[in-house]
Design a protein around this ligand. Structure first.
Ligand SMILES: Nc1nc2c(c(=O)[nH]1)N[C@H]1C(S)=C(S)[C@@H](COP(=O)(O)OP(=O)(O)OC[C@H]3O[C@@H](n4cnc5c(=O)[nH]c(N)nc54)[C@H](O)[C@@H]3O)O[C@H]1N2
Ligand SMILES: Nc1nc2c(c(=O)[nH]1)N[C@H]1C(S)=C(S)[C@@H](COP(=O)(O)OP(=O)(O)OC[C@H]3O[C@@H](n4cnc5c(=O)[nH]c(N)nc54)[C@H](O)[C@@H]3O)O[C@H]1N2
Ligand SMILES: [Mo]
Length: 686
């Protein structure tokens, strides 16, 4: 920080055991964001007569004071609630700056007390999350720091180098000691390009590959029988079930040669420790829950969990037993005008929700999210956001695609301008994230905004006056019985030592033995074991054991003669965070060569008379998008790929989510961003 209180440098903490002082390229340039000339600095109101939608940027708005903004919002929410019922108010938020309080605390209290619709936050991880819980009962996984001990690492739908760079040094360390890295991805990511073996799989067919691997493991006895006997449920039925997934059957489904299925299974079954890094790529698919379940069962068959550096990691978030009830206060729903919990709206189905006339959404409050760019079926979403009878508030750092549709815009702080507490989904440390600088301009944190609004709504519960520090203490169960993982972790301790390992996840000092999450039971599942067979899912009408069905919207799907023969991957950019950073020149420069581009296999391009660099139209029933063709063997035949960006910075004013749909995955209500069919033509042909 300089004398004027301006931050001058963002750096990693060299003492952090996972990140060890280095930052990803996006955050290393974070000050570009904090002090960007186009940052939102004060509240604004849409000018009378200025239509909703892109094009006018700041000219669409006039500056107002916080008082005016909050008064107007409170007044509008009261009228909407009185006229249409409180459930016609919809909060819309996702991760934003990822701190616990910023993610969900005062905001949840506010909407619970209001009686608003509840948002089901499914857009990222709920499909895989439910899959994980159905098998293991808790979202724990191989410690990031332990990947260095692996002899085999399988990155399964996980772009480690692009999206999860802090794991990469541990992968490199393992490889220096002789480990092999295998990547299973329909796209040749940076990770795949660096791997020992890239298996290019047809999108949405991972369940077949995992079941085929099980087939080989069972057939050839590459199993840890003692581990299976002691720790798992339903093995006999699983063994019978996987007989049908012969390598040739798997080849036909996945495009992975039968010999490669054999080789992968043998490699996996014969190498210990073997670690699978699954990220959320696999589960963004119609059949994604089943695929995640099947993959996650592999280490239970080989007993990989017994070895340091073995097992699997999807997320470690289940290790953090925050007091969510104290933070979010769901009990307040009972004292709302509704007197009961509000209806639940799946955030993936925003387009539908905004078009619903029976149970209309009349006011929407967006924070921590940019749905105009990140939600699927963009045409439906934008149609909804453009409704003149919808009152929209957006709390943001920048004039995003969503802000273009706002009635009231509120400026938000960045993580440097507020205090928060953080868990993780790739490690096991609780962290205090301190405020480094004063809020820039008139920006304010989420917690402040909802506390202020609560006062203006006349909410009298004392919890609406809780300070940030009080909420941090509540999250830690301070003053109550702390769960063993958080025992002794208090705000005072964090102020002194801002990073605390979750208790009980440390290696034993006495025996020197490693802490391993699933080396033995009991497990938090109904049977107390790892569930190959799930009676719980069966009772819900789902498959008791994972099975493969080709996604309906895929080349192998029901509509084989589809007018749309190409599978489309609308992927994340390596240098943005979903849509965050996409507006910053420095980040755009890093992404050079990929902005507004459609990657296409040369043979698919040739068949359509498309040359490298040509402007092409990519379309399906949901819309059409103009992109620049980039002929590339990063994608296989039959697959094309584009990347997330801001709509208004894209050639046709729309991004890849114009092509994605509101169809859901098989579990958890998650999106099927990667089950999308399209056709491509040269933009000047008809
Ligand atoms: N640079 C960067 N880092 C990020 C983000 C970002 O936007 N940019 N986003 C953050 C967020 S919110 C998340 S959730 C994580 C997600 O991190 P990841 O889960 O790694 O994210 P994705 O890029 O969605 O998916 C990973 C890979 O899955 C591949 N894939 C698509 N379909 C299939 C399939 O059917 N089978 C298989 N095997 N692979 C498939 C994609 O091509 C992609 O390379 O990353 C975080 N980190
Ligand atoms: N096609 C396609 N679509 C996808 C994905 C994909 O891979 N492909 N990935 C999906 C995934 S995994 C995810 S997680 C979602 C992410 O979707 P979003 O959560 O909407 O993610 P971002 O695009 O990063 O937008 C977050 C916004 O919050 C703002 N923000 C940051 N911090 C704060 C804060 O403290 N307060 C407030 N009020 N605002 C803040 C940022 O400025 C940013 O504009 O996108 C999904 N959409
Ligand atoms: Mo995500």
């Amino acid at each position: 920080m300089d004398e004027a209180g301006k931050a001058t440098r963002v750096q990693g903490d060299p003492a952090h055991p996972v990140t060890r002082g280095f930052l990803c390229g996006k955050v290393a340039k974070y000050l570009d964001r904090v002090y960007a000339p186009d940052r939102l600095l004060y509240p604004m109101r849409r000018r009378k007569g200025a239509p909703k939608g892109p094009g006018r940027e700041f000219a669409a708005f006039e500056r107002i004071s916080w008082d005016e903004a909050l008064e107007e919002i409170a007044a509008r929410l009261k009228t909407v609630s009185a006229e249409f019922g409180p459930e016609s108010i919809l909060p819309y938020s996702y991760a934003g700056s990822i701190g616990l309080l910023t993610y969900g605390s005062m905001d949840r209290r506010f909407f619970h007390r209001l009686g608003a619709s509840q948002l089901d936050r499914t857009i990222c991880s709920t499909t895989g999350g439910e899959a994980y819980l159905s098998v293991y009962g808790q979202k724990l996984g191989t410690d990031t720091e332990d990947f260095r001990h692996a002899r085999l690492i399988v990155a399964w739908g996980a772009n480690i180098h692009g999206n999860n760079i802090h794991l990469w040094p541990f992968v490199e360390e393992a490889r220096r000691n002789g480990a092999k890295l295998v990547v299973i991805d329909p796209y040749e990511t940076r990770t795949a390009a660096l791997a020992d073996w890239h298996i290019s799989i047809r999108p949405g067919t991972d369940a077949a590959l995992a079941l085929g691997m099980m087939h080989v493991l069972v057939r050839d006895g590459l199993l840890d029988e003692a581990y299976i006997r002691e720790n798992t449920h339903g093995f006999e039925r699983l063994a019978a079930h996987v007989k049908q997934y012969e390598p040739e059957v798997v080849e036909a489904a996945t495009g992975v040669a039968a010999a490669d299925v054999e080789r992968l299974a043998r490699m996996y079954g014969e190498t210990q420790p073997a670690a699978i890094r699954m990220n959320y790529g696999v589960q963004r698919s119609e059949n994604g829950g089943a695929a995640a379940r099947a993959i996650l069962m592999l280490p239970a068959l080989t007993g990989a969990w017994k070895y340091r550096g073995g097992g699997a990691q999807l997320s470690t978030s289940g290790g953090f037993p925050w007091d969510k009830a104290a933070l979010e206060r769901p009990d307040l729903m009972a004292s709302s005008p509704l007197g009961r919990p509000g209806r639940v709206v799946n955030m993936v189905l925003l387009g539908q929700a905004l078009a619903d006339r029976e149970k209309p959404v009349m006011a929407m409050f967006v924070y921590n999210s940019n749905p105009a760019a990140v939600a699927p079926d963009q045409a439906a979403v934008l149609r909804g956001l453009a409704r003149e009878d919808l009152f929209t508030v957006v709390h943001e750092q920048f004039l995003t695609d969503t802000v273009d549709y706002a009635d009231i815009v509120l400026p938000a702080t960045t993580f440097l301008e507020q205090r928060d507490i953080q868990g993780a989904y790739g490690h096991y440390y609780v962290q205090l994230s301190n405020q480094a600088i004063e809020p820039v301009g008139e920006s304010r944190p989420n917690t402040w905004v909802f506390a202020e609004l609560a006062q203006r709504m006349g909410f009298e519960e004392p919890c609406f006056r809780d300070s940030v520090d009080e909420m941090i203490r509540q999250a830690l169960h301070e003053g109550g019985k702390q769960p063993k993982q958080l025992r002794g972790i208090t705000l005072e301790l964090l102020e002194e030592h801002p990073m605390q390992r979750l208790r009980g996840t440390e290696d034993s000092e006495e025996t020197g033995r490693a802490w391993l999450p699933f080396a033995q039971g009991p497990f938090a599942t109904p049977s107390g074991k790892i569930e190959f067979y799930s009676e719980t899912l069966e009772a819900q009408g789902l498959d008791a054991m994972p099975a493969f069905y080709p996604p309906k919207e895929s080349r192998g799907g029901v509509d084989k003669d589809s007018r749309y023969p190409l599978e489309f991957l609308g992927r994340k950019a390596d240098n943005y965070m979903n849509s965050t950073f996409a507006n910053l020149p420095g980040h755009q420069k890093l992404e050079t060569g990929f902005n507004g581009v459609l990657e296409m296999h040369p043979e698919d391009a040739e068949a359509r008379g498309i040359a490298d660099g040509a402007l092409v139209t990519v379309w399906n029933d949901r819309g059409e998008l103009q992109l620049m063709a980039k002929l590339s063997r990063r994608v296989g035949r039959g697959v094309v790929a584009g990347r997330l960006h801001w709509n208004k910075l894209s050639h046709s004013g729309r991004n890849v989510n114009l092509l994605t749909g509101q169809h859901l995955a098989d579990m958890g209500g998650g999106p099927a961003f990667y089950s999308v069919l399209v056709e491509v033509r040269s933009a000047d042909s008809l």
